[in-house]
Design a protein around this ligand. Structure first.
Ligand SMILES: [Fe+2]
Length: 477
């Protein structure tokens, strides 16, 4: 176990309470001083529930949420009715140099600078931004990958030790920033992903076959490099949002605001045929979105389910607190023949991190899940999520489960029941931190949230708030 020097987080709202990092790496088994299981863990579960998130390792000189913080993966492994836990930093090239020198060597997205000579001499990447590998953790083509917004994937072993950068056998070239949000097609097992560059062409759609071999590379003509965080498979198409939100690296390096929001402009929507055909563009009054929930195609229509926001929830100022803004589950319909766009709010509940049964990714489905809040007021910079919501996407009916006031519930992941193809026979897992109970994994019935957790796996250390989680079927220690 590594013990690190204390970090003064008092200046940074997004490093307070359960946003604060954990500065140790733990390994726990069940039993005295380790994991405690309450309730019944479904026997059919064999695999690992992993979540990535930002977790600074050294004193930062600036901190912007959600763009900074070294990636740390938390994992609970399920096998033979027993559970095990680990948390490990992703040991990126930048992280390794900082560990060697015992200090931060790279700046924040809100305070960008080139690394100093000592950092470069120690082998630090000569880049103004450090690949944080902090956003997502995905298992595809027999590789476990920690992913960042715009950088190479980092391959991990199942025990969370870092193997190194993975460039898909050279398919990803220097300067191609791989997205943190690939989608794995429920029909073909293909991984649909993209790269974004600072120089044109800004956006390239990529498709990897089941084994991780690239089978499509399709640059899309775009006027500028917008903040395009996620993508969604919808049948034979891939849909992306092109909001009037841009980044300016030069401004960021000279003390200016690296974020640009042209809120008077429309948001454009791009539907790209998966066979490499030419994209079809749509337009809608301005909105912003981090995440899709799912999407599918029915004839000439694409159905796109996502979490809507009026404006981007980030800024240069660490006190900006813009995460408090409204966000709701929406369904957008794109008519490929007529160009018509319709959009409908499914409900008023504040929610984020929309998910569905991944076996139906890109295909018609019924249930969408999201971290959610029914709190009417909140303290701190972020609204927080004290519960989870399930929407019946066909009619907007919803179920909400409240973990309790002051709880931070993470992205809810649908874990299929291996013995059933039905969405509602699956389980819903999330990392949760409760103000009195501490951190635990919640395992619920995807078919009935109202039953509450079927089991909780309590973790004796804290699991800070983070980003994306996934179930790794069959992956164990
Ligand atoms: Fe994300």
């Amino acid at each position: 176990m590594t013990t690190r020097p204390e970090i003064d987080v008092s200046k940074y709202p997004y490093l307070q309470n359960n946003y604060a990092p954990v500065l140790e790496e733990y390994s726990f088994d069940e039993g005295e001083g380790g994991l405690r299981v309450e309730g019944e863990i479904p026997e059919a579960l064999v695999g690992a529930f992993m979540r990535n998130g930002p977790n600074i390792a050294w004193q930062p000189n600036h901190y912007v949420y959600p763009a900074d913080g070294d990636g740390m993966v938390h994992a609970v492994y399920f096998k033979d009715g027993r559970v095990h836990y680990r948390n490990r930093w992703v040991r990126t090239e930048g992280f390794k140099v900082e560990e060697k020198l015992g200090r931060s060597c790279y700046g924040s997205v809100g305070k960008i600078y080139m690394p100093d000579e000592e950092t470069l001499a120690a082998g630090g990447p000569p880049s103004p931004l450090k690949n944080l590998a902090n956003t997502n953790i995905v298992y595809h083509g027999d590789k476990l990958m920690a992913l960042w917004e715009v950088g190479n994937a980092y391959e991990l072993n199942s025990d969370l030790s870092t193997v190194g950068e993975w460039d898909y056998d050279g398919a990803i070239k220097p300067g191609d920033g791989l997205t943190a949000h690939p989608k794995i097609c429920g029909r073909t097992g293909q991984l649909v992903t993209c790269t974004q560059r600072w120089d044109a062409p800004f956006y390239t759609l990529r498709i990897m076959d089941k084994s991780g071999k690239q089978i499509l590379e399709k640059p899309i003509d775009m006027p500028d490099r917008a903040v395009m965080h996620d993508l969604q498979i919808c049948g034979d198409y891939v849909v992306i949002f092109y909001p009037p939100a841009f980044t300016n690296l030069e401004a960021g390096m000279t003390g200016g605001d690296p974020f640009i929001w042209n809120g008077d402009d429309n948001t454009r929507i791009c539907a790209i045929p998966r066979d490499g055909g030419e994209p079809i563009w749509f337009e809608k009054s301005t909105f912003f979105s981090w995440h899709f929930t799912n999407g599918f195609q029915s004839g000439d229509k694409l159905y796109v389910d996502y979490v809507w926001m009026a404006t981007p929830p980030f800024g240069l100022d660490p006190n900006s607190g813009r995460e408090s803004q409204l966000r709701n589950m929406h369904r957008m319909t794109l008519n490929l023949k007529t160009g018509e766009v319709t959009d409908e709010k499914l409900g008023p509940t504040y929610c984020e991190f929309g998910r569905a049964d991944d076996r139906l990714c890109g295909l018609q489905y019924q249930y969408g899940f999201a971290a959610a809040s029914d709190a009417e007021s909140f303290e701190g910079p972020n609204h927080g999520y004290n519960g989870v919501i399930r929407y019946n996407m066909d009619n907007g009916d919803s179920q909400f489960w409240d973990y309790g006031e002051g709880t931070s519930a993470g992205e809810p992941v649908h874990v299929p029941n291996p013995n059933s193809e039905k969405e509602e026979d699956g389980f819903l897992m999330a990392y949760v931190t409760h103000p009195e109970e501490g951190s635990f994994i919640s395992i619920m019935s995807a078919g009935d949230l109202q039953r509450g957790p079927l089991a909780k796996v309590f973790i004796p250390s804290r699991v800070p708030n983070g980003f994306h989680a996934n179930w790794m079927q069959g992956l164990t220690l």
